[in-house]
Design a protein around this ligand. Structure first.
Ligand code: ADP
Ligand code: MG
Length: 885
């Protein structure tokens, strides 16, 4: 047995081996040690190998799914090794033969289809990344729906593509993990966030010619061009992915649809940092609760929730497509009874998509057949309800008509399943009991025989009890003896003497017998039960085949229901939260009237009302510089506008009175390092790398949100970088931008940058403190609120008063001070065309260097307050260039 074990184990390195022994899956050696720790189960020993005990642990076969789920969640892969012949067969082969076993499946995070192992509301993507001729190719598939996609990317776009797909498992050639090689170095940054899901494979698996051949064979075509012009890297990735599926599923491929090419520009590009920062699907602390998705999700089915999540991951850029989706939602906004009926019906819908995929992988059971029956059973009613036009004179919009058509007609299949299956069948075909009585006369006869034998055995027990005079005599059953007569030891002598009782076993407290009669009944019973089960299994195969025959139409119906769920859910949300229908067009407009933050608003429901704010980034004032004290509402305002744009472009109503948005092609959002808690990398370097990405990538159609960048470094560095960034965004990127800053000095730029508009988060003085109004109004913030906050915080009155004086002096400098003069004197930012190499950096201004030298000389501890103040003035003048001479 060990020889067999080692052979199997060698063929599946990198996976835990679940080795079937009787009613258990057992793990040995290192596998046992790791699994026992991960599952918190007992580690024992069994036998010896090479002079040592063999560590072992095991999980019961019937409860394996739950253990598998835990192992997969902890990042393990599991090879399932089953017995593939009857043990009797092995015995026939000869005394020492071991039952034949083979791996029937490798369970990996990206290839799950079991209900128990999957999140009903989340997609589960298996992805593969390949590289060829300096280009990357990404392919991904949802094994549970069969959707297969591919996309080419450069190293800049790889991070955003991975963030959008969010794979559960990412296959890649080993060499891409080697940052010492050029391709590895270019992929390194994008792969950083995906370390836990990476599955490196030998490079031979990523061959583009093999990949193309494999795909042509799989889809039965002579050329793949019909599906789109795939790059070599894409073919290599898609080929490796299909290869991996075949390998892990042991030849049973899921029902994959032909690869669809992800069209660049079809979806808003959103990089990983932006997704995290805007808390689209998870909050910065990693929870789903409190994310945008969680706040807007009103779907009632798993498939609907998954569709909404994937729409949010990839908002559209085509205004016509967006309008189409908005029409779908609008149809249900306008018709409350329709919406209620549809949602009530969908609430009862099982997960048709996933049931179908299990059946096509031969891993389905009677419960999946019932899901098909019940899911398809709803289509007729839904179709009829959608056909009834309430108010709409023009009829339902095109999208809803499409949904209606895709729901399809499934009467015969539903009837067949309804006749053949009991109402609530169990999950496993091998347990039987799922066929409805009356469907198959032969099955009914065998079941009757089986039940009759059971009754006869019960009658036999009564007869034996009377005959022997042992009222407590029982007929029992176990796997070793089969049926047997049992009495307590007290009555052993009586039973031994009974006619026809053949002694089988003496236990501590009981004695067991068989009889000829009992043996005959048992044979009848097990024959009938075997026949009944065989008939049921044949019926199952027949029904599964009937379902798979219709797989295409069932898949369409399932996705139509998901679309319907999303449309009705978005309508529900719009009505419930008073959202407005946005207009998305080809302009560069960004006009939000009375915008609100969808998540903050929802959370603030019970307390104070959320203050709505307008935003208008028309081309002539496309860059808003938002100032204001801490807690005034700057970050909230920035984010809400980004979220409104995203919601509009997935085809949702938006939290505003009105909104008109020129379709955004890329969205960027960054927060100054000090705020960037979630990534835990509060280094200035990261902030700069991310800012660089924006300046290099933002186009005239992009929307950029920058929240207090430059905070992660010394004031002057930070101010200078923020300054230059603003100029670049204004002159070179020319994108719509919201820029929150605590560098008040930046407001001076409004004189030289015509499209820059100053806005301030307003606060009001109230008694001795300040009140945050959360209003974003024209102008720059008064900078004295820091002093107010200092008073609130209990600084001694003398200090507060003195700070006020200092501030007044600084402000008198104001426009004539350092920053003001900078704005006047510095030649306007010269935007280099992106292709040209950057100009030589200008010689450093001697001011900062001299100021730094002077600063280094100071001994703050030895200075009187007055001296310190003078030093401060001196430093400021040095920096403003006044210290010259
Ligand atoms: P800042 O970025 O200016 O420091 P935040 O945007 O973080 O301020 O907002 C501070 C707090 O004020 C948040 O906790 C938020 O709940 C609340 N807030 C912000 N904007 C509004 C608003 N428009 N209406 C009501 N409360 C708001
Ligand atoms: Mg903030």
């Amino acid at each position: 047995m060990l020889a067999q074990y080692f052979e199997v184990k060698r063929a599946h390195p990198g996976s835990l081996l679940f080795y079937r022994m009787g009613d258990f899956y057992e793990l040995f050696f290192d596998d046992a040690v790791r699994a026992a720790a991960a599952l918190d189960i007992a580690l024992t020993r069994r036998g010896r190998h090479a002079g040592d005990d063999i560590p072992m642990c095991g999980v019961p076969f019937h409860a394996a799914d739950a253990y598998l789920a835990r192992l997969i969640r902890k990042g393990f892969r599991v090879a399932i090794c089953d017995q593939v012949e009857d043990p009797a067969e092995a015995r026939r082969r000869g005394g020492k033969s071991v039952v034949r076993r083979a791996v029937t499946r490798v369970v990996t995070p990206g290839t799950l289809v079991e209900e128990a192992l999957l999140d009903p509301a989340g997609h589960n993507y298996l992805a593969a990344l390949a590289e060829a001729r300096g280009e990357f190719g990404l392919a991904w598939a949802d094994v549970s729906t069969g959707a297969l996609h591919a996309q080419p990317c450069d190293s800049g776009g790889l991070g955003a593509a991975l963030a959008r797909v969010a794979p559960s498992e990412l296959l890649l050639p080993e060499r891409l993990l080697d940052a010492g090689r050029p391709a590895g170095a270019r992929a390194a940054g994008a792969l950083e966030d995906w370390r836990p899901v990476l599955a490196p494979l030998p490079p031979g698996r990523f061959d583009s010619a093999n990949g193309a051949r494999r795909l042509r064979a799989l889809f039965g075509v002579a050329a793949l061009e019909g599906f789109g012009g795939f790059s070599r890297a894409e073919l290599a990735a898609a080929g490796a992915l299909v290869d991996y599926l075949e390998l892990t599923q042991k030849g049973r491929l899921p029902r994959l649809s032909p690869p669809r090419r992800w069209t660049a520009g079809g979806a808003v590009e959103i990089d990983a940092a932006t997704r995290a920062n805007l808390e689209l699907t998870r909050t910065l602390s990693g929870e789903r609760r409190g994310s945008l998705l969680d706040t807007i999700d009103r779907t009632v089915t798993g498939a609907g929730a998954r569709l909404l999540a994937s729409r949010l991951a990839a908002p559209l850029t085509d205004p016509a497509a967006i309008a189409g989706r908005l029409d779908e939602a609008a149809h249900f906004v306008g018709d409350e009874p329709l919406r209620a009926d549809i949602r009530a019906a969908l609430r009862r819908a099982p997960d048709l998509e996933r049931a179908l995929s299990r059946l096509s992988l031969e891993r389905g059971g009677p419960r999946d057949l019932a899901a098909v029956r019940d899911g398809l059973g709803l289509t007729g009613g839904l179709r009829d309800r959608l056909a009834l036009d309430g108010a709409a004179i023009a009829g339902p919009p095109e999208g809803v008509r499409e949904i209606r058509d895709d729901l399809g007609y499934h009467g015969p299949l539903v009837d067949l399943l309804a006749r053949a299956l009991v109402d609530a069948p169990g999950p496993l075909a091998r347990d039987g009991g799922f066929a409805r009585a009356g469907h198959s006369p032969e099955l009914d006869r065998q079941r009757a025989l089986r039940d009759e034998s059971r009754r006869l055995i019960a009658a036999l027990q009564r007869r034996y009890a009377e005959r022997t005079g042992i009222p407590s005599l029982k007929i029992r059953h176990n796997n070793v003896l089969g049926y047997f007569v049992e009495t307590t030891s007290v009555h052993a002598d009586k039973a031994m003497a009974a006619e026809g009782f053949i002694h089988r076993q003496t236990m501590a407290s009981a004695v067991r017998f068989t009889t000829v009669e009992l043996g005959e009944l048992e044979r009848d019973l097990s024959q009938a039960a075997d026949k009944a089960l065989a008939l049921e299994l044949a019926l199952f195969a027949e029904l599964a085949a009937a379902v798979l025959e219709e797989a295409g139409a069932i898949g369409r119906a399932a996705s139509a229901m998901a679309r319907l769920d999303v449309a009705a859910a978005l309508a529900e949300l719009a009505v419930e939260r008073r959202y407005a229908r946005p207009v998305v067009d080809d302009s560069l407009a960004f006009e939000i009237e009375g915008g609100r933050h969808p998540v903050v608003e929802a959370l603030a429901e019970d307390g104070a009302a959320f203050v709505a704010n307008d935003c208008d980034l028309a081309p002539e004032r496309r860059l808003w510089l938002v100032t204001g004290p801490n807690m005034a509402g700057k970050s909230t305002f920035l984010r809400q506008n980004a979220l409104i744009a995203l919601l509009a472009q997935i085809g949702s109503y938006v939290p505003a009175e009105a909104a008109r948005i020129g379709a955004v092609d890329r969205l960027f959002s960054r927060v100054g390092a000090a705020d960037d808690l979630a990534r835990g990398r509060s280094t200035f370097m990261v902030e700069m790398v991310e800012t660089a990405a924006i300046l290099n990538q933002a186009t005239g159609r992009s929307l950029v949100i920058l929240d207090e960048i430059g905070r992660g470094t010394a004031t002057f560095d930070g101010l200078s970088i923020a300054w230059a960034t603003l100029e670049h965004l204004h002159e070179a990127n020319r994108c719509r931008t919201l820029f929150a800053t605590h560098y008040h000095e930046l407001t001076a730029l409004s004189d030289t940058l015509p499209a820059l508009a100053c806005r301030a988060a307003r606060v009001r003085e109230w008694k001795d403190g300040i009140v945050f109004l959360h209003e974003i109004a024209p102008g720059a913030a008064d900078r004295s609120y820091g002093v107010h906050v200092a008073r609130l915080a209990g600084l001694p009155p003398a200090v507060v008063a003195r700070a006020g004086e200092v501030l007044a002096r600084l402000e008198a400098g104001g426009k004539t001070g350092a920053a003001g003069r900078l704005a006047d004197d510095l030649p306007l930012f010269g935007a280099a065309p992106p292709s040209r190499p950057p100009r030589a950096a200008p010689a450093p201004d001697p001011g900062p260097a001299r100021a730094a030298a002077r600063l280094a000389e100071l001994e703050p501890d030895a200075m009187a307050p007055r001296e310190a103040l003078e030093a401060l003035y001196e430093l400021r003048d040095l920096l403003a260039g006044e210290g010259e001479g």
